[in-house]
Ligand binder design. Sequence first.
Ligand SMILES: [Zn+2]
Length: 499
Amino acid sequence: MMTTGWRRRGLAILAATLLLSTVALLPAGAQYYPPGPPGDGVVISDDGLVLPVREIRDDGYVVTTTCWNEATVTGGTYISHVEVVIDPGHGGSEYGAVGSNGLTEKALNLDVSELLIEELRERGFNAIMTRTTDVRIPIVVRAEIARALKPDVFISLHHNGGATARSELPGTETYHQIEGANSKRLAGILFEELQGAFSQYDVAWRKTVFQGASSVLRVEVQDDLYGILQYTPGIATVITEAAYLSTPAEARLLADPEVQRVEAVAIADGIERYLTTSDPGSGFNPMFSTSRKLSAGGPGGCRDPELGDLGVDEPGFDDVPDGTHRQDIDALRDKGILDGTECGPDLFCPRQPIKRWMMAVWLVRALDGADPDPVTESRFVDAGADRWWTPYVERLAELGVTQGCKTAPARFCPYGVVTRGEMATFLTRAFDLGTGRPSGFTDTAGSVHADAINAVAEVGITRGCMIFPARYCPSAPTTKGQMATLLERALRPAPSASS
Ligand SMILES: [Zn+2]
């Protein structure tokens, strides 16, 4: 991630001050990230600039510009939350490492990030990048984008410079926050996935003492050396350095689009494992310590690109075809129920199964007509107070609609998929539908959700998955499009049995 020069000069110092201690040295509550509001979503311009929102006003958005100035803008596409933010390192005048084949790190980081975003959206994740073009963005702004979106995962994607020793295995490095169990676990998992994926290639690998998953303490401030980690407290942030661009053999490998795709899939696999399992990760090094000062990642010398006209956000999603679910999705979107559960700017991913956390967000907004109050803790061990959707999950439990997916300890399984049978039960509890007369579906006998399926059928919320023979498909996943239709029907004032 750093320039090769820094690695060469800095390595000796870092190695000499290697601190064999994993004890957190941070005073409680210490924060060194630049002052500024936590942010409230982002606005994306037609040109793909991602502008963190400081304040939403009637006459527009007060945003942080690419070079950390303030501007008030109208237009653009507003996004309140995402699951994953990918930060392609460097850009513009900051080239990062450069391979002997001329491949620049800034271009490679962007190419792999684009493949990764594509992969994540195919898997139904709501994901965006901090930059989509060759533009310089100071670290402080990248971090502000993350703080404004409060993602479950924030990855700063780099490729390394300055390796020293030969290695049997790829010299993959990941960096995590000193304080932050989530960041550390994510770094361990991403290290496993990346080194595992690159190990299939027969290359004269290089490494440094940082091979593995590491944190680096900057002694002077008693905080993370890297600004992107330091400025994003409470967010699971990791820097990835899959391989060494400065090693000729690795540069040749990294220039191959197929290898770039392999890297993107490895990171997507790691993100999915982090979110859906409790795998601990591996490859952890003892904490490194240095008195070296890096650039603070500020905006010095940065020149803002022309903001111009941000474009008008056309209502409606680009990936929802006319037909079955379109009207229902648009109706829920107009009510603000879908905010933060898109899968990208103007993208909805209607065919993706709905995750339990998303269902909680939609149901609570539908039932309460408002967002819930913030919470400081959760009854479910897998719904962290740092996740933006946790208040919705808590509220859903408070309303008696969910008891979670497991007990002792109580879990919510936020990334689990909701089956159609389960959805019937959730809707029955949410809208107090009781039990209905036998629905006539031929595939619900014996299902624990049979009564609920009868209930939602009786009031016209569902017509099943197949008409002849009449079937409900209780064990099939509920897609986002299907839930939109079920919820919109449930919200209609007087559901008719004949609809
Ligand atoms: Zn870099």
